[in-house]
Every structure is written in C-alpha cells, then in structure tokens.
Ligand binder design. Structure first.
Ligand code: KG4
Ligand code: ZN
Length: 348
C-alpha cells in the first residue's frame, strides 16, 4: 500500500466499488461514501443451491462471466462513466481466493487503464460501513456485531478504519450455523432466510438448546456445539419415532443464536461506555435478531443502527462506503495488490 496526501473534503468523491469475495458479483457507484447512485448485485445463489453450498471453482468462473456486465450496469444506472470516477475500490479479502482475484484483477485493470487511484477494502469493514449509507448521522465510535456466513465478530469501531475485535466465533460463523441447521431440517440453501420465515410459525421455547458461549471469554461465541445439539435432537426424534415439528426446531435454534448474540453485544456496549450499537452482515437481516437488538437497545438507552436487508448481504455499495473513508485519509494501493483470503480486520 502507498499512502498519499489527504483529500480535501470540499469536492465530491465518486467511487466505483467492486465486490466478488464469495457468490455475489457486485458493483456500485457511491458518492461521498453515503449516497448510493447504483448498487448492482448478480447473485449466483440459484447455481450453488444445486450443491447445497458455495462451490469455489464455479463462483470464480461466474464472476469472470458477469463482472464486466455488472460494472457497465452500475455505471449506466448511475448515469456516469469511468471518466467521472475519482477512485476504484475493491474487496481484496477475506473470502474465496479465486473469487477475490477476479474483482482485484478487474479493479487493477480499470485503475491502470483510466489512471484512477486504487483502494483495496476489507470485506468486513465493508459490512460495518453499510450502516453509514442509511444512517447519515452515524459516526464512530460504536460497537458493531458483524454476523455473516463466514464471520461472527464483535467489534469496537474506534474511528473510520480503526477497529478493535472484542470477540469472535471459535468455530462456525452464525450464518454457517443457520445454513447447516436449515440443511438438516431439509430447507435448502441459503438457510438463514428460510429459518427466519419458518421460525415465525414455531414456538421458540419448545426446545431448549445450549447457548453458544465460551467459558471465560464473555465476547466469544461457539456455534458448532449448538449445531450438533440440533442434529442430535433431530436424530433422537427419528430414532424414537417421535414427530419433528420443524417450525419449533427453527424457532428454538434461532432463539438460542439470537439470545447469545444480544447478550454478548449488550455486555460489550455497556463495558465500552458507548451509546451506539450497529448490526452488520447477512444475518443482520434476521427479523428475530433485529427485534431483539431493538428491544435490548431501547431498554438500555442505546441508539440502534442496522442496514436494510439488501445492504446486509454481500453488495458493493458497502465497499464504496468503506473505501471513501480510506480514500479521504489518503489510503492507496499499488498494482501489487493481491487477494488475501484470510485478511485480518485492521490489517493493510
Ligand atoms: O454477509 P453475507 O451475504 O455473506 C458473507 O459475507 O458471509 O451473509 C450470508 C449469510 C448466509 O449464511 C445466510 O444464510 C445468512 O447470511 N442470512 C440470514 C438471513 N439472511 C441471510 N441468516 C439468518 N436470517 C436471515 N434472514
Ligand atoms: Zn459478506
């Protein structure tokens, strides 16, 4: 990375952002970090559904097929051209290496051809920054719970681009647990939204599943034990010939996840002395998690923020939002920018 002088904040900044870390090929044009002029997402979900999860090789191939079209559409919707852009932003990690590489190579090519500054963005920083888009008043510091298919992080956002990880999952991510439990009860992929809607018809107190806690680590999570408990429950019912009420299993599992997420998050907010809490990531669109977060924040006098569902799951607008704050601080990447599949938050 090369640092350059900070940019004056009197001129408008237009960023073309690209996201291809998993199974969504996405491009967006974002003005001044918070105004989304276009947000095009080409999802591969229908393709990966056939295999019950994301197949990395297929994801990379599809990104290559779709990326140019998605970028052209993002520019067309914004009624702008590459000549109007001030910078190109791209997710360079964490994620699937072959998938990330497509976006990174594309961004580097555009940056070179159009002589535009290149800003590499951390995917999780993107998820967190999705909150800035619809909450124009939100400024760091705040506590953010990032819950997606690949990550479960409790983060103290100290400033733009400055993060302290307070807690994380020791094994499965929250979204991964949703997807695995959904598969076990035959709901298909991706499981999160399906469990969310089925749970509305079930009793969350029907089955008591263990909490995904880790001894002596109040901000960490462990979802693999909870997932196993659900699988054991299902097997036990089958062996005893007892009927399985899928809606009750979904509601009870979801409650176990939501309870521990909110409990740890509220403890983190209280200990931080801050009064702002945000949700981010695909699981942040879960209706039970949102309702529980809203109620807990109200009880504790905390301001609650969350992105719309379309900005919770993978998209490029969130990458453009994160990139803006990097860009105005002078963050620039060179043509040696590479995909970093296990990139750590706060690392450059
Ligand atoms: O953030 P995201 O699009 O991708 C990653 O960066 O991982 O998150 C995808 C995850 C999937 O595991 C999906 O099942 C979950 O988010 N998800 C949900 C809901 N919508 C998406 N989980 C629970 N409830 C939902 N409504
Ligand atoms: Zn994501």
């Amino acid at each position: 990375m090369t640092g350059e002088t900070e940019v004056s904040n009197t001129e408008d900044v237009y960023i073309l952002a690209i996201e291809s870390s998993c199974d969504e090929t996405a491009a967006a044009v974002v003005k001044n970090g918070r105004e989304v002029l276009s947000n095009v997402i080409s999802s591969q979900i229908d393709l990966h559904k056939l295999y019950g999860g994301v197949v990395p090789e297929i994801a990379s191939r599809k990104h290559i097929e779709r990326i140019n079209q998605v970028i052209e559409e993002a520019l067309a919707v914004a009624k702008m051209s590459l000549d109007d852009m001030n910078a190109i932003a791209v997710t360079y990690g964490p994620g699937l290496v072959g998938a990330l590489l497509v976006g990174v190579a594309e961004a580097k090519a555009i940056s070179y051809a159009k002589n535009l500054p290149l800003v590499g963005v951390h995917h999780i920083e993107g998820h967190i920054s999705a909150n800035y888009i619809e909450n124009k008043d939100l400024e760091p510091p705040f506590i953010c719970l990032v819950v997606s298919g690949g990550h479960t992080h409790l983060v103290r956002v100290r400033d733009y681009g400055e993060y302290e990880i307070l807690g994380r999952t020791r094994d499965d991510a929250a979204g991964e647990a949703f997807d695995k439990v959904a598969r076990a009860i035959g709901l298909g992929y991706p499981g999160g939204p399906k469990i969310d809607s089925l749970a509305k018809k079930g009793n969350p107190d029907a089955i008591v599943f263990p909490k995904a806690k880790v001894a002596d680590a109040p901000f960490d999570f462990s979802f693999s034990g909870l997932k196993s408990a659900v699988l054991n429950y299902l097997n036990g019912c089958k062996m005893k010939g007892e009927p399985i009420v899928e809606a009750d299993v979904a509601a009870s599992f979801q409650k176990a996840v939501v309870d521990v997420l909110i409990e740890h998050a509220m403890l983190a907010v209280r200990e931080s002395g801050l009064d702002k809490f945000a949700l981010a990531g695909g699981v942040a669109s879960n209706s039970a998690l949102r309702a529980a977060a809203e109620a807990a924040c109200k009880d504790n006098g905390i301001h609650f923020y969350h992105p719309s569902p379309i900005l919770c799951t993978d998209n490029a607008a969130m990458i453009g939002a994160a990139a803006y704050y990097d860009y105005i601080r002078g963050v620039r990447h060179g043509f040696d920018l590479n995909a970093v599949p296990a990139l750590k938050l706060g690392e450059r």
